[in-house]
Design a protein around this ligand. Structure first.
Ligand code: GAP
Length: 438
């Protein structure tokens, strides 16, 4: 983890939130390459689950919602973790993260016996408007899901979809975690990609299985090694208050196997709760059977940050190349922030720089994620691109300009994983890269 965190900072993927003020626990800022990686991860998700389907409706609901949403959903009463406080050092811990020794829990810092746990609500509270009283309370949403449930009727009325259909959303969520930890694994400001998929009650298990497969397919889309992903059937008593069945997708993170995604069968819990809470009828009329009922819901839920951490940690590789050890990110081209880096061999030769700029401009038009780099010697440039996971580097040298006439208009293409270099003509360069990358 230390190596990944340090690479992320050094190369502009992820920085500590509010770093120059000493940070703010559980917050991280995404730098230029982090944003690029995150956008690729989100675009692949949106493509698989929204663009490539006919039954999905995209949403972008407000983060702040009427407080009654969270009363009805059960979050005000029940979105809480057990908290214990050390009577000596006053550090606070999540009780379920500390092991019992002979029936008692001890402070991990000074070994004092900890008191009884109390439930700590994880929603971040705020007041909306100038008045700070109970009527102005609002919460930064702890999941994106509720923004979709409260818009269920709007989508029904605007689009008249037939069951089964889903709503999908990517957005921020906030949890006042007792113990944020492991870099971007458990944070207080997070991003989720969620689907609420509505079905006839008797059909829930077919859709549950369909999304189970689609979740595996998405882990392939972002290039996660399949042997590092595992399913866990969550036992009765361990599931969230709304779920009748949950499968956690777990991943072998550097600190151990932990939750990556969740797939839950939320029944009609949410539509029923919001029908009661809002007194608005959220039922669906089925033309075929001429009956009116509350649809049931299957919810695949994905953390963006956890996907990034899984992608980064499984891609991080150390090997030996040309007698030197190197670290590189073996990223799938589908998520790599940069696909191709174009270099002039020397910075101070205008003829090389001019030709390299021409190659760069052409490739950028075709492949989009292409950068130009003339900073430092060529070995350093290769290392830098290896570290950010760029699959190919293209170098323009004097032979490109015809120093050896038989090599006129050819370039060197270097493969990130093997370090092997090929000489290719400019005519075949774009199609070679396109075939290898897309
Ligand atoms: N709407 C359902 C829901 O929110 P969840 O299991 O609490 O379910 C879903 O969260 C996903 O969101 C998790 O599988 C994880 O990927 C991500 N997630 C949850 N809490 C997180 C946190 N504190 N930091 C980073 N990601 C988190």
């Amino acid at each position: 983890m230390e190596k990944i965190i340090s690479l992320c900072k050094r190369r502009g993927f992820i920085y500590q939130g509010s770093e120059i003020y000493g940070g703010l626990a559980g917050t991280w800022d995404y730098g230029p390459l982090g944003v690029a990686l995150k956008n690729n991860i989100q675009n692949l998700w949106w493509k698989r689950f929204v663009l490539d389907r006919e039954d999905m409706y995209g949403m972008d609901a407000a983060i702040l919602m009427n407080q009654n949403v969270w009363k009805a959903s059960g979050h005000v009463a029940g979105f809480a973790d057990p908290l214990v406080e050390c009577p000596k050092c006053h550090m606070r811990f999540r009780a379920d993260h500390i092991e019992d020794v002979d029936g008692v829990k001890h402070c991990p810092t000074d070994k004092t016996i900890l008191g009884a746990p109390r439930m700590f609500n994880m929603m971040l509270k705020t007041n909306v408007g100038a008045l700070e009283d109970d009527s102005s309370i609002s919460y930064l949403r702890p999941e994106t899901a509720q923004g979709m449930f409260v818009n269920f009727k709007n989508v029904l009325d605007s689009f008249h979809p037939k069951l089964p259909f889903g709503m999908a959303q990517i957005g921020k969520a906030f949890r006042n975690e007792i113990a944020p930890r492991d870099f971007i694994f458990r944070v207080r400001e997070l991003e989720q990609m969620e689907i609420e998929y509505f079905v006839k009650p008797e059909n829930w298990d077919g859709s549950f299985e369909e999304f189970r497969k689609e979740m595996w397919n998405y882990t392939k889309d972002v290039g996660l090694p399949q042997e590092m992903v595992h399913e866990l059937e969550v036992a009765d008593g361990d599931r969230a208050h709304y779920s009748k069945r949950t499968i956690d997708f777990e991943f072998d993170f550097p600190f151990g196997k932990s939750e990556l995604y969740g797939l839950a069968y939320r029944t009609d819990f949410d539509l029923k709760s919001h029908t009661t809470g809002s007194t608005v009828d959220l039922s669906y009329f089925d033309e075929e059977s001429k009956t009116r009922f509350l649809p049931h819901c299957i919810e695949p839920s994905f953390g963006v940050g956890r996907t990034m951490l899984a992608v980064l940690s499984s891609a991080y590789t150390e090997d030996e190349l040309g007698g030197e050890t190197r670290a590189y990110l073996k990223l799938s081209p589908k998520v790599a922030p940069v696909l191709v880096a174009v270099f002039p061999l020397l910075k101070n030769k205008p003829e090389l720089v001019g030709k390299a700029r021409e190659v760069y401009t052409n490739l950028k038009k075709e492949l989009g994620r292409v950068v130009f780099d003339d900073n430092g010697n060529i070995g350093k440039r290769y290392r830098r691109q290896d570290e950010i996971g760029t699959p190919f580097c293209v170098t323009i040298d004097f032979d490109t300009l015809g120093e050896k006439p038989e090599l006129l208009d050819t370039v060197t293409v270097r493969d990130r994983d093997t370090g092997e270099q090929k000489r290719l003509s400019l005519k075949e360069l774009t199609s070679y890269l396109r075939d290898a990358l897309i």
